[in-house]
Write a protein that binds this ligand. Structure first.
Ligand code: TUI
Length: 313
């Protein structure tokens, strides 16, 4: 059985975090992942604190195991969410799309472990000095808002630059990805896209089916320069490309992107909505319970490790 320092640090059985995906990672999914031995994470996205509080209560009604909340730093509710997390004593926080620096000491005082999601070395170095517990190093293979560096290149750079625990994210589907991440110096993985197709994930079925149908080249980077988002190609991405080619203003482009994740995730409009998914989408072939997904990752990882062991005399 593979155990890493992350298992002790977060008090979890498997070194697997479920990505805190906005609109996708609700309490039902996070609770199922945590109950099965990984770390479930609620994606707060742009939701107000009342909604997030409900999701926290849901997780706590399903399990007494640790879980996390992901704070999306472009949300208008960040300050209130930090208060909520402190009040509810949420064990772990991951942060994305911004710099959580000014909240670190408050969270740490409340006993919350802080794992910022980073896609560059510069931000990781700055945050390491401010006392974070570790990082989620997110490569550009991920779905959603991504940086410019691949997981393969980013993870060892964050490991070497900070010396803190690093969780690899981006392009991880099964045990091959987990073992590869460990080889790069990570102590665990964050899996997002595969958990979209978990039975417990409450997203619209059209979204899950779009992920199941996806082939290797079906994702594309779209969105504002400097704020690129990986999604499945559809009418929305083609319209966006046309606008960009025709020299549309930033306001027009912004307008096209607004509210589109909800349109796909909740309303099931996978042509006009933003179907965020990572590059491993094509490897997903079935809807499975979250527990089965984690068991598969762990079993295939053992096999890979075993086979790799035979390479050395
Ligand atoms: O946050 C993500 N991925 C996301 S958030 C999201 S919600 C959304 N909805 C509609 C349109 C766009 C997004 C979907 N996917 N990943 C974590 C992540 N954070 N990746 C990269 C970063 C990041 C970027 C810049 C973290 C910090 C940062 O710092 C800026 C600074 O202040 O230095």
């Amino acid at each position: 059985m593979i155990r890493t320092i992350l298992c002790d640090l977060l008090d979890i059985k498997y070194p697997i975090l479920q990505g805190g995906m906005a609109w996708v990672a609700t309490g039902e999914l996070a609770g199922a992942v945590s109950q099965a031995g990984g770390l479930g994470i609620i994606g707060a996205g742009n939701a107000p604190p009342e909604i997030v509080k409900n999701e926290i209560n849901k997780v706590r009604s399903m399990t007494d195991k640790p879980f996390g909340v992901n704070i999306y730093y472009m949300s208008p509710h960040v300050e209130e969410l930090i208060k909520l997390i402190v009040e509810c004593k949420v064990p772990i926080v991951t942060t994305g799309a911004g710099n959580p620096g000014k909240h670190i000491s408050l969270l740490k005082q409340a006993g919350t472990k802080v794992f910022p999601v980073v896609s560059s070395v510069a931000l990781a170095k700055r945050l390491a000095k401010q006392g974070v517990d570790g990082f989620v190093a997110e490569g550009m293979e991920c779905g959603g808002h991504v940086g410019e560096i691949t997981t393969m290149a980013l993870v060892p750079q964050i490991v070497d630059a900070t010396g803190l625990p690093v969780i690899a994210a981006g392009g991880i589907y099964d045990g091959r990805g987990l073992v590869a991440a460990l080889a790069l110096g990570a102590c665990g993985v964050q899996v997002g896209t595969r958990f979209i197709c978990a039975e417990e994930c409450q997203i619209h079925n059209n979204y899950k089916e779009a992920v199941l149908r996806a082939k290797d080249r079906d994702t594309v980077l779209t969105g504002m320069p400097g704020h690129q988002v990986r999604v499945l190609k559809n009418k929305l991405t083609r319209e966006f490309e046309e606008l960009l080619r025709d020299g549309a203003s930033l306001d027009e482009l912004d307008e096209l992107g607004a509210g589109k994740l909800k349109l796909a995730a909740i309303d099931g409009d996978i042509q006009h909505g933003s179907v965020m998914a990572g590059q491993i989408a094509s490897m997903i072939t079935e809807i499975q319970p979250a527990a089965e997904i984690m068991a598969d990752i762990m079993e295939t990882a053992e096999e890979v490790l075993n086979n790799l062991g035979k390479l050395s005399e």
